[in-house]
Ligand binder design. Structure first.
Ligand SMILES: Cc1cc2nc3c(=O)[nH]c(=O)nc-3n(C[C@H](O)[C@H](O)[C@H](O)COP(=O)(O)O)c2cc1C
Ligand code: SF4
Ligand code: SF4
Length: 339
């Protein structure tokens, strides 16, 4: 029986949901699968604040919009990679993970790369001498750039034997914050549809994994070249779109004080531990972040915004709420037709 571990980071729940689908398919095959959220595995703020890694979009934010207080200088990605060293906080993982046959690492795609906190975590790992097989997985909105190559490179440098990548574009969760309204039912239905697609992809990927371990030949075709060619103009548009959005429209951290109930959800939820409260008890962020959008989406009163574009706009409620909406609708439909 294969012993599998999946470690994932999820900003607003989509990657967590994808990990649960993968786990489900693994359980069906009788694999023993553990799945863990990176935030439960390590104290992410401590890890992050010891060595924040700058992706392009965070560098641009720093240069263009200094926030005034810089307690931890960023390392650009190349410097961070060269300086990568085993973090004593993670040394025990070498022993803890020794029994696994396969380990998956998953994250949302942020600006064509894994989320900066996942990069930080991977850079801090010890080098594994037992060549454990590893795969990467991701959720995104359709343009994952060099995420897979990046993971392959990084995991191989930590001694893993990289075997492949699994990804799924689900729903446009990241752009919800710019829409005036969010249709729970419609998006819930789309999520159900995408989940079928995801299960099909997971099934094919697991057939490939099975062949790796049990020697039954199976040709896994990870890349559909036709789809890839057709997708190029879309991806180019998307990459400039994301770049523009992040550069000009989203950086910032604003608060409608009259709407804030000082519940501190945002302070507790920030995976990078960057939100503090000021002397009057209102949240404040002095330092640029990775823009995972969790504080915005999870604020119960919609008091937070990043720019004028996101003021008073819709918020992404998380996959579970959307699935509930779709489920409730199908129950209502059935009850109606029974009557
Ligand atoms: C800062 C940021 C950057 C993003 N960059 C990309 C990107 O380059 N390509 C893409 O396809 N999706 C991009 N997205 C969309 C996310 O990958 C997508 O919404 C993902 O499913 C979110 O997963 P989560 O709910 O687990 O955080 C970005 C989202 C954010 C917040
Ligand atoms: S401040 Fe908000 S968007 Fe930035 S990392 Fe923290 S929770 Fe995510
Ligand atoms: S989550 Fe919203 S209401 Fe709660 S403290 Fe933060 S900004 Fe205020």
């Amino acid at each position: 029986m294969l012993k599998v571990l999946m470690v994932y980071f999820s900003g607003t729940g989509v990657t967590r949901y994808f990990a649960s689908l993968i786990q489900d398919e693994m359980d069906k095959r009788g694999y023993s699968c553990d799945s863990i959220n990176l935030e439960e595995l390590v104290d992410l703020p401590t890890l992050w604040q010891k060595g924040p890694v700058a992706l392009h979009y965070t560098i641009r934010a720093e240069v263009k919009r200094p926030l005034g207080k810089y307690p931890w200088p960023y390392l650009d990605l190349n410097t961070a990679r060269q300086a990568a060293n085993e973090n004593p906080l993670l040394s025990s993982l070498k022993k803890d993970w020794g029994d696994y046959d396969l380990i998956g690492f998953g994250s949302p795609v942020y600006s064509f790369r894994p989320a900066p906190v996942m990069i930080r975590f991977l850079l801090d790992l010890p080098v594994f001498d037992k060549k454990i097989r590893a795969f990467s997985f991701a959720t995104h909105d359709g343009a994952q750039g060099d995420y897979e190559a990046f993971m392959n490179d990084l995991l191989s440098s930590k001694g893993f034997r990289y075997v492949g990548h699994l990804d799924q574009s689900f729903i446009y969760s990241a752009t919800a914050i710019m829409r005036s309204s969010f249709d729970h039912l419609k998006t819930g239905r789309l999520l159900v549809k995408k989940s079928f697609q995801a299960r099909k992809n997971i099934f094919l990927f697991l057939e490939f994994i099975h062949s790796l371990f049990y020697g039954i030949p199976y040709w896994y075709k990870g890349t559909n070249w036709l789809e890839k060619m057709v997708g190029i103009p879309y991806r180019l548009m998307y990459s400039y779109g994301v770049d523009f959005m992040l550069n000009h429209l989203l950086f910032g951290f604003g608060i409608h004080k009259d709407e804030c109930i000082q519940c501190m959800t945002c302070v507790q939820q920030c995976p990078q531990g960057l939100i503090e409260h000021d002397d009057d008890g209102y949240p404040v962020r002095y330092y640029h972040c990775m823009y995972c959008l969790r504080c915005l989406n999870w604020c119960p009163t919609n008091a937070l915004y990043f720019s004028n574009l996101t003021k008073g706009k819709a918020r992404f409620p998380g996959p579970e709420v959307l699935l509930d909406a779709a489920m409730q609708d199908s129950i209502d439909e059935r009850l109606k037709s029974d009557r």
